[in-house]
Design a protein around this ligand. Structure first.
Ligand SMILES: Nc1nc2c(ncn2[C@@H]2O[C@H](COP(=O)(O)OP(=O)(O)O)[C@@H](O)[C@H]2O)c(=O)[nH]1
Ligand SMILES: [Mg+2]
Ligand SMILES: [Zn+2]
Length: 296
């Protein structure tokens, strides 16, 4: 039988659903015995070689090298994070935004920031959106959308096309609504507090990939939902603030907090780095320091 290539879209006990790379056809696959023998693991998002038996079942022969493996949700080969934020109902603070961005950077994922619920804003709230654009558009693509009016959805679709994305953002910002508006066939539940974007009757413990009609996948579980920093050395944090990279301070190991000759601080006073980004940095740095001290 011919070997084919596919992507693992879901995973139940030992049965793996593989979607064909070319045709999108689904095959329920078993793992070759050597997977157990060699203790090889398989994750949703894995690219695999498989052999269909012609009756809708098949066998996974091989897992291709992973580009990355996210912890929560446990998914391989994610291309990007779509970070959804709002300035009203709920108002997402810059600190929360920056925390998500640090987690995305730590996992070496590209991020697109989506400011949703644009239909709700006027006056003060529009000023807040402008402020977000001023801070973030030099660092990340920033799109403005509304799941209600359809604003910006074509642009968002262009980013999603052909990639594996995870949506991130606190509850209520419109992650499920955006996906439904972009691809109505997904029929995700809106207004659910649940961590899962969707919980069918057959509740799955592992995440699933949902396929867009226009090509590409999205994880059915929000990324970094618990916003936990995990194990992180405070000294590591500066790597995850894009705009700090490449700046050379007087001390080569400068943490940009209290050290003299700090170029980051100079840039802030000159308005070249947003003050709110630096405030988030210092707050996160102190939190990580506190954690480290508690360990001693
Ligand atoms: N006005 C407005 N409401 C929205 C928009 N997107 C989502 N909502 C509403 O916001 C609430 C939360 O949406 P949901 O998609 O469940 O958010 P999630 O928790 O991020 O998945 C629901 O009541 C939606 O109808 C939008 O663009 N404009
Ligand atoms: Mg949701
Ligand atoms: Zn410095």
């Amino acid at each position: 039988m011919l070997r084919k290539r596919g992507i693992v879209v879901s995973f139940h006990s030992n049965m793996v659903t593989v979607e064909d790379e070319e045709t999108g056809e689904r095959t329920l696959c078993k793992l070759r015995g050597r997977f157990r023998l060699q203790n090889l693991k398989i994750y949703v998002g894995d690219r695999v070689e498989y052999t269909p038996d012609g009756t809708g079942s098949g066998v996974i022969e091989n897992v291709l090298n992973r580009k990355n493996l996210l912890e929560k949700p446990h998914v391989a080969n994610i291309d990007q994070v779509i970070l959804v934020v709002t300035v009203k109902m709920p108002e997402v603070s810059p600190y929360i935004i920056d925390k998500f961005l640090v987690l995305a950077e730590k996992n070496q994922l590209d991020t697109v920031i989506v400011v949703n619920k644009m239909d709700l804003y006027d006056g003060e709230t529009l000023k807040k959106v402008e402020e977000l654009e001023r801070i973030y558009s030099p660092l990340y693509p920033v799109l403005k959308t509304s799941a209600v009016t359809g604003l910006g959805l074509e642009e968002l679709k262009e980013y999603l096309k052909g990639k594996v994305s995870t949506l991130a953002g606190i509850s209520g910002v419109g992650k499920s609504s955006l996906l439904n508006a972009i691809n109505p066939g997904l029929k995700l539940k809106v207004g659910e507090i649940s961590q899962k974007l969707q919980r069918g009757r057959h509740t799955t413990t592992s995440a699933q990939l949902l396929r867009f009609d226009f090509g590409g996948y999205v994880v059915d579980t929000p990324g970094f939902a618990n916003l936990e920093m995990g194990e992180m050395d405070p000294e590591e944090l500066k790597k995850y603030f894009k705009e700090f990279r490449g700046l050379v301070c007087f001390f080569s190991d400068c943490n940009h907090v209290e050290e003299p000759g700090c170029v980051v601080k100079e840039f802030i006073s000159e308005g070249k780095i947003a003050a709110s980004r630096y405030e988030s940095y210092v707050r996160l740095f102190q939190e990580l320091l506190g954690k480290e001290k508690r360990k001693w």
